[in-house]
Each structure stands twice: as structure tokens, then as C-alpha cells.
Design a protein around this ligand. Structure first.
Ligand code: GLN
Length: 193
């Protein structure tokens, strides 16, 4: 069962390598027809505005929304969270699949990129901590009641889940800790592939 990595822009290669290290086969998704061949999809970090423009080129945005509504498992990281969130500040279009309010680039200019210790929920297994790589990351400032929070940076939620959608404001694909990708693969399998 191939897992797609949206490969329009951003750090899709790092996700493909992480998925393969976690035992999955990863394929790039650049078009609506390539999307039909995958049973789960990663939306990588990058620039959400650029990705939005490219998603609108051949109807990929609408197909992605349709497949997500049908239950396609999704993992979004960093810009991917911006694309998944229902509310984005400053306002911009999004898929609106997660009940979140996010502020883009909200961790400050000088410290826009940093490696920060995270606290993890038991669902991630041991140890209950990890290093989070933040690169001009969005900040989750409001979490809907049905969202499950799986990791925190201080008090901020940084890894959240709702149904078949998992989202990290940091970059788990840039460390050797494969737990987020493994969790995503388990979520994808549970949904019948
Ligand atoms: N700042 C980017 C955005 O808001 C996200 C940065 C990233 O994905 N590393 O789209």
C-alpha cells in the first residue's frame, strides 16, 4: 500500500525517506491522478501559500478535499498544518479538515527556527519526550473539543489528531525519531487501507 507524499514544493523528500525507514513505500503525488493511486497522504512542510497555488492548478485541491472527506488518512507537518486547519491567521484559504486555529510564523523572527524539547502523550510510547525541529512554524492557538493532543511545546499543542488526520507543527521527518510516521502508518492500516 503506497503512501503518497504531496510533492509540489517543500521537504517532501525527507518525508519519503522517513516513511521508507518506517517500513512503508512512499510515492510522490503531484497531480490529481497520482492522488488516486495512494491510500494515505503526507502534506509536508514548505510554504503554504505556494502549495495552495500549486494545488489549484489541476483540481488537486478539490480531489484532495473529496478524498479526505471519504476518509483518506493524512499527515500534515508545519505548512501542512496550515493547510489542514479550519482557521488560519492571517486569514488564508485552507482545506479546513481540522478544528484548529493556527497563527502562521508565530514563534518569532529571531528564533523562527529552533530545536525544542517536546512532551509526548503515552500514545507515542517511550520515552515521553522528543526533540522538535521548528522552522518558521505555525502556532496552534485553539484546539477544538474533538481534537486529541499528542505532544506539547511548553503549553502549546504541537502534535494533534482527529480521526484519520494527524498534524505536527514541527518536522518529525528531520530527526531519527520515527514515532510520528509509525503512528501515522498504524492509523492508515486501521482504516482498512
Ligand atoms: N511558514 C510556513 C507557512 O506558514 C511554514 C514553514 C514550514 O513548513 N517549515 O506556510
Amino acid at each position: 500500500m503506497p503512501v503518497g507524499v504531496l510533492a509540489l514544493q517543500g521537504d517532501f523528500d525527507a518525508h519519503a525517506r522517513a516513511l521508507e525507514r518506517a517500513g512503508a513505500s512512499a510515492v510522490p503525488v503531484r497531480t490529481a491522478s497520482e492522488l488516486e493511486g495512494v491510500e494515505a497522504l503526507v502534506i509536508p512542510g514548505g510554504e503554504s501559500t505556494t502549495m495552495l497555488n500549486l494545488l489549484h492548478r489541476d483540481g488537486l485541491f478539490e480531489r484532495l478535499l473529496a478524498r479526505a472527506t471519504e476518509g483518506l488518512p493524512l499527515l500534515g507537518t508545519c505548512a501542512g498544518v496550515v493547510l489542514l486547519a479550519r482557521r488560519v491567521e492571517p486569514p488564508q484559504e485552507s482545506l479546513g479538515l481540522l478544528d484548529l486555529r493556527v497563527q502562521r510564523n508565530a514563534y518569532g523572527r529571531q528564533v523562527a527556527s529552533a530545536v525544542v524539547p517536546l512532551r509526548l502523550a503515552p500514545a507515542l510510547g517511550e520515552p515521553p519526550s522528543a526533540e522538535g525541529v521548528f522552522i518558521r512554524a505555525p502556532r496552534i492557538v485553539e484546539v477544538g473539543p474533538e481534537m486529541e493532543v499528542l505532544a506539547w511545546r511548553d503549553e502549546d499543542p504541537v502534535l494533534v489528531r482527529s480521526g484519520r488526520v494527524l498534524a505536527a507543527t514541527y518536522h518529525p521527518e528531520l530527526t531519527d525519531d520515527l514515532r510520528v510516521h509509525r503512528l501515522f502508518l498504524r492509523m492508515s492500516e486501521q482504516n482498512g487501507g
